[in-house]
Design a protein around this ligand. Structure first.
Ligand code: AHM
Ligand code: MG
Length: 312
């Protein structure tokens, strides 16, 4: 049953952020709703499986990766957007001379397509250097907003605007996003979320930092960062994807995975670091730059930092 008394996303945003940003976040939300419908019926509509191609990162492209990328590209051709950077595109797509650069992961958690929750992530940046991107570094501090969606039941969007984090639930009866958790605060740690099967790949510093951060916590790991981060934020915990011998720089990407989660965590009173410093202070000089991520309850993240930076 629809709870139409709860504030709707565009009403919530209007007056709170500039009109251009209202349009961008509204378009992101609408595209996410379209993607949610496609995901809900994917096995019935021949949308599962691979396209047979690989993306810029040499990963096989799922049909839904391609569909999701197209959906966000269509939605985000807006006058206030200068360029779009997507996980699925080799190069930034230049649009015009607007204020914002939108960096997005159209479908996060691709290994879970058809079997478990997946999501979408966006970071909205200002002051991005003109192309070719690479000379002047960008940092996550340049974001004015960030959001991620988890296509589960319920389908939820966590949104960081104006220094605050709020969570919205998609209402399929009238296709609105309604504010269901205002002013979210990162809960004290209860869960640790990491791929423990990679322990043999960790350096001694990473191994002792993981142990220090996760001591006394319960384990939960889905393989979809968005789902794991939602749990960490709402139920309390720490999400970790450190660098390892297979991904020496880390696996996750700075602009459209790590930084948006970093902004959300910091504005919710939690923390997000690369091991020693906030992920929002890491200079980024390439669209698909990778990094390590340890994000969640401030005390657990601090336990990681202390052990990681201690002398061997
Ligand atoms: P993707 O954007 O291609 O889906 O990759 C990112 C995903 C994250 O959602 C998740 O945390 C991680 O990769 C899982 O990786 P692994 O299977 O190595 O644990
Ligand atoms: Mg991803």
């Amino acid at each position: 049953m629809s709870q139409s008394s709860l504030p709707e996303l565009r009403t919530f945003l209007s007056g709170r952020v500039p009109d251009g940003l209202v349009a961008i976040l509204g378009a992101f939300a609408e595209a996410s709703a379209t993607l949610r419908d496609a995901l809900a019926t994917a096995p019935l509509s021949n949308l599962l499986g691979a396209t047979g191609e690989t993306n810029v990162q040499d990963e096989p492209t799922a049909k839904l990766d391609a569909y999701a990328n197209q959906t966000f590209h269509r939605a985000l051709r807006l006058p206030d957007i200068t360029r779009l950077i997507s996980e699925e595109d080799e190069a930034p797509v230049e649009l015009g001379d607007g204020t914002y650069t939108c960096c997005f992961d159209p479908l996060d958690g691709s290994s879970n397509i058809g079997v478990a929750a997946v999501g979408s992530v966006i970071g909205v940046y200002t002051g991005f250097p003109a192309p070719p991107f690479g000379g002047t570094p960008v940092t996550g501090r340049q974001m004015e907003a960030a959001a991620f969606v988890v296509y589960g039941l319920p389908t939820m969007m966590v949104l960081a605007t104006a220094g605050q984090v709020d969570a919205f639930t998609f209402d399929p009866t009238d296709r609105t996003w309604r504010l269901t958790s205002p002013a979210v605060r990162a809960e004290p740690a209860k869960y640790a979320s990491i791929n423990w099967m990679y322990r043999d790949r960790w350096s001694p510093a990473v191994a002792r930092a993981v142990d220090n951060a996760s001591a006394g916590l319960r384990g939960r790991y889905s393989g979809s960062m968005v789902e794991d981060v939602l749990r960490v934020l709402m139920s309390g915990g720490v999400f970790l994807y450190p660098e390892d011998s297979a991904s020496p720089a880390g696996k996750l990407r700075m602009l459209y995975e790590i930084c948006p989660i970093g902004l959300i965590m910091e504005w919710a009173g939690g923390a997000a670091i690369d091991g020693s410093r906030s992920v929002l202070d890491v200079p980024v000089t390439a669209p698909h730059q990778r990094g390590p991520l340890v994000a969640g309850a401030a005390a657990a993240v601090e336990r990681y930092r202390v052990a990681y930076t201690a002398p061997d």
